[in-house]
Design a binder for this molecule. Sequence first.
Ligand code: ADP
Ligand code: ZN
Ligand code: ZN
Length: 811
Amino acid sequence: MIAQVIVDVPVNRTNRPFDYRVPDWLTPIINVGSRVIVPFGPRKLQGYVVGILTQSAEALESTRIKDVEQVLDDTPPLTAELLKMSEWMSKQYLCPWVTAVQAMIPAVLKGKSEKWLTATDALDEETCGNSGLLWELNRKRHLPLAEVEKQFPDEYMLVPGWIHSGLLATEYQVTDRITRKQQSFVKCLLEKEQLAEAIVSLPARAEQMRRVLLLFAEHEGQTFSVQMMRDEHGISRSPLKSLEAKGWIAIEQVEVYRDPYANRRFAEKPKPQFTPLQQEVLAPILQSVQSQSYASYLLHGVTGSGKTEVYLEAIEQTLEKGREAIFLVPEISLTPQMVERFKGRFGADVAVLHSALSSGERFDEWRKIIRKQVKVVVGARSAIFAPFQNVGLIVIDEEHESSYKQEETPRYHAREVAIWRAKENDAVLLMGSATPALETYALATRGRYTLLQMPDRVGNRPMPEVHVVDMREELQAQNRSMFSRKLHEMIEDRLRKGEQMVIFLNRRGFSTFVMCRSCGYTMRCIHCDISLTYHKTNHTARCHYCGYTIAQPAHCPECQSEHIRFFGTGTQKVEAELAKLFPGIRVIRMDVDTTSRKGSHEELLNKFRAGQGDVLLGTQMIAKGLDFPRVTLAGIIAADTSLHLPDFRAAEKTFQLLTQVGGRAGRHELEGDVVIQTYTPEHYSIIHATRHDYPAFYQDEMLQRRRTGYPPYFRLVLITFSHEDVPVVIRGAHTMADYLRPRMAQTTILLGPVASPIARVKDRFRFQVMLKYRDEPHLAELLAQATAAFEEWNKQQKVLMTIDVDPYVLL
Ligand code: ADP
Ligand code: ZN
Ligand code: ZN
């Protein structure tokens, strides 16, 4: 048997499968998708089996190939489908195959974690035979694999066979400080009558022991965790020990999944009577779900139109068909509320994947998927790689969100991967948004996706009234506060009525930088070409790229003036201003500083929901997904800061942001107002956001894109080069550009090489080449050839090159 293996060396030279012989003792557990250890030159490397060939013994003799040394998992972590997908990704996004594979595998399997051999229930005295190892395992139930190899060298090679026959299994011991994986459970060993006798026989002072036995008498046949006995019944460990010594109960170590939601009960939520609009959009979706063939939908519905209920219904019917569903949300809106809605509907069938989980928790959720213990996955971008085997539906909520694009290799977009996966599985793709990405909407209008519309809110609740305030007029009226008179008035009004508000600070591309008012000097990072950000808590200025931090100087380094201070508005400054203007106002501030601790995000939201705050103040973080019945005012400070970014999507992002924030107000019985403060009220993205008019915005923005030659009219590839020496990086960029230029299609435009907008990061100078193209069917191949030529040139230079297909970040 020959295994074709891709090895974990992510460079072009090794980017192909290598052949290895599979020794007989490993044949029971090796499979396509297995993780293996193979010799590679002088080293031993981890790799993945991408193919298995059966060949005659003679053929094997003649080829002098090396042996696979070990197979790392009992069940391959990659399904055949994922493997195929990774191959496609490596071509699509121009990355080594193994890099695409790595993106699909939980971190635990990539890191160094100790592997243990455990006995399954099938292993008992009868099945042990004359194996010393099995007897040892029968007694101890598990042993570190390294120890097995040392102590039982003769039997080590038999292990794969025993795993295959179900006697043994391997497990990863993941050190995880947040939750324990092992829990002690207490089980009663007495029959009913014996139990009654035992209770009577206890001495009067054995209060806790009696309570334990009574618990068992009340709940016949149940087991209780030691932790639960302590927390809920105040029973300490020593009475349990005494009962165990009497032989009345047993305390057992049980492996439990680290479930961050384990201590929560989720209220079951019945599904609503669908509105006519919901019924209308559900009809074709459900029909596609039933017919089990590829279909793709764009659900364009205003905030509060009931999109989530549509998703839930589609998922439910998919599960009824015996198929599985993936639900993608932007990381930021993977709120406890969202999880609650899913757990409430699908209970234990749901796995949740997001970055706030510890790697052990993530691994546990992932194992539930691969073991087929769940049918729905809710998660951020990488949940698109859930190792399901029968995907029937993929939902992408807020499909326009830029967090679906990964900004490191493999630079994939979850939407594109989802399309591939839906096609591969004859599944339904359902994308939803109140503000679809221009690219998506354009494709929908051309019929590539079926466009479904829900222009009204559920229950015909009105869209909130939007008031635009021109801040230039405020200044003319001598109002220097960051709050316009209108917003000030409305905040006062809500405080009087005891209603809640959200105040949103648009900080995209905008930070509190330090500037000298006398000479205009701004403090910049000495390693990167960006301004330092002021941090009030410890009076420092910090670089957001490399972490370089210095104390805020008292005097300007250029002119010695004392008038050097921070500029711009941070959430802390808004909070201080609110406290000054509205004495006694209760502000809950959500920003990176207040939410860095695990769980703090949820705590703050719960506080706000419980009415312990009048104002929820924050940045992008509070813009979406939150649903609070008592919020009747959304205020947006500095709406236009995101308009002035060197990014062709600046207007689109501004429109999305304003629409999202506006959607926070008046979602329930109370009507809502939105106040937008801006210096450019005449800009079309602000005018159309005010009127909740996506189609009008789409028309205007498409004209701009056509005029400037940007997506969706053109597609982009951004190639970035970096090196410590400017001449070297320039030569690298030209080498690539010179290769590409004569070989591209006539209609393709090559811009550059030029210095990147952020020209230096961590002391490396950056240059870029941008390709704009409309029709270039062989672009991926051409880029692969160009990369090979570049690598040839680059052997001595060590210029770092990244290729970003359909880039989102143009800095
Ligand atoms: P969206 O995802 O489009 O913002 P949601 O699905 O969150 O909208 O719905 C907005 C609100 O309306 C939620 O509180 C939801 O529970 C409620 N809702 C949705 N559909 C219905 C319905 N058919 N009947 C009653 N309430 C509904
Ligand atoms: Zn100065
Ligand atoms: Zn820096």
